[in-house]
Design a protein around this ligand. Structure first.
Ligand code: HEM
Ligand SMILES: CC(C)=CCC/C(C)=C/CC/C(C)=C/COP(=O)(O)OP(=O)(O)O
Length: 323
């Protein structure tokens, strides 16, 4: 489908005049537009957490079929959920500077094209999980898709400043999806990994929301800094960062992870607390966006630590198995 896009004049004065006289060119939606709709970097980090769930659920190495089919299925369904988010948010995405150039918001991808794309990759992911992994994982991933794409995006985001606390559960699910891919059953240890991401999500997002408060207000989205102010949000970020310290210790307390993880995760979560403290009590102009960016690397590092700790041959266990 051909669409028009505005281009910036460049080159000689004559060229610039020519271009400004015809200030639009026909461009087609490219594969990059469809890739962007899947929020690839977010999904990639989710897949790292799913991989860790798989590893911690496996006594030895992860079964290669589970690894490949499981991660592909979860990735396709998470990408489909992200694509539906682009569809449902296309109006507000045009209002915010951060999102105004998105494929559906600009019209490069039509809602019908986007809908077909989301349906195809989502169905492919579901069939793959149902057929090659197990029905429990397929249905849990489907529930996460509905939780993010429909409940969070379609309703909570516009309804309450607690939107991301509740909606965050969907994004926190991948380690459990990884776990059930291996075992076909629920396990408390898999849920502990979900609790870590669930506790991490509010400070992750609210740091960005503090930085982008004016845009959310302009788009009339009731994010916490808009409804309750920046100070209240910064206090909430600090309190959640303290909760995160406790959540990060749970894998050690139940005997799932050992000394290496305990040491590394304590450094990482205290680092988060220090940055949240600075945001609240000694803020600089970039403190909020820096905390948001830090949160992404901190979660990645936490899950890499869980993985390394799991495969380390001589790693003293501190806690005792609860289950
Ligand atoms: C409902 C829960 C969540 C909300 C509301 C949220 C919000 C956001 C937003 C608005 C951005 C975009 C920032 C930008 O474009 O500048 C973002 C980026 C990101 N988020 Fe989250 N997030 C959530 C959960 C998660 C989870 C569970 C993960 C991973 C496990 C994650 C990983 C990331 C990553 C890696 C980025 C950077 C993406 C990029 O640079 O393109 N987020 N998040
Ligand atoms: C199946 C499964 C695991 C589903 C999870 C899907 C998923 C990709 C969740 C992403 C979380 C996220 C980036 C929320 C931001 O949405 P937003 O609308 O607040 O941010 P935006 O303004 O950048 O779109």
């Amino acid at each position: 489908m051909l669409r028009t896009t505005t281009i910036k004049p460049s080159g000689s004065r004559a060229q610039a005049a020519q271009i400004s006289a015809h200030s639009s060119v026909e461009t087609a939606a490219t594969w990059r537009d469809y890739l962007e709709m899947t929020k690839p970097k977010v999904v990639l980090l989710m897949l790292v957490t799913a991989l860790v769930g798989m590893a911690l659920a496996s006594p030895g190495w992860i079964d290669p079929v589970v690894l490949i089919a499981g991660l592909t299925g979860i990735g396709l369904m998470a990408g489909a959920a992200a694509a539906v988010n682009h569809l449902l948010d296309r109006r507000i995405d045009t209002i915010m500077a951060r999102t105004h150039n998105r494929p559906v918001a600009t019209g490069r991808v039509t809602p019908l094209q986007g809908g077909v794309f989301a349906f195809v990759i989502g169905t492919l992911g579901f069939v793959m999980l149902y057929g090659l992994i197990n029905p429990l994982t397929a249905w849990l991933t489907f529930a996460s898709l509905v939780g993010y794409a429909l409940i969070y995006t379609g309703f909570l985001k516009r309804a309450t400043p607690q939107n991301i606390v509740i909606g965050g559960l969907a994004g926190a699910m991948p380690p459990l999806l990884g776990w059930t891919s291996v075992t076909g059953d629920f396990h408390g240890n898999g849920l502990l990994l979900v609790i870590i991401i669930f506790t991490w999500t509010p400070p992750h997002f609210w740091a960005l929301a503090v930085h982008r408060k004016a845009e959310y207000a302009k788009a009339d989205i009731p994010m916490l800094p808009v409804t309750h102010g920046e100070e209240y949000t910064k206090t909430s970020i600090l309190l959640y960062s303290l909760l995160l310290v406790i959540a990060c210790m749970l894998p050690v307390l139940v005997g799932m992870s050992g000394a290496l993880y305990l040491f590394g995760s304590t450094v990482l979560s205290l680092w988060f607390v220090v940055k949240a403290w600075q945001l609240k009590f000694a803020p600089k102009s970039k403190s909020a966006i820096n905390l948001f960016l830090f949160s992404i690397w901190q979660l990645l590092a936490l899950f890499v630590l869980l993985l390394v700790d799991h495969y380390l041959p001589f790693n003293p266990q501190i806690g005792a198995s609860l289950w």
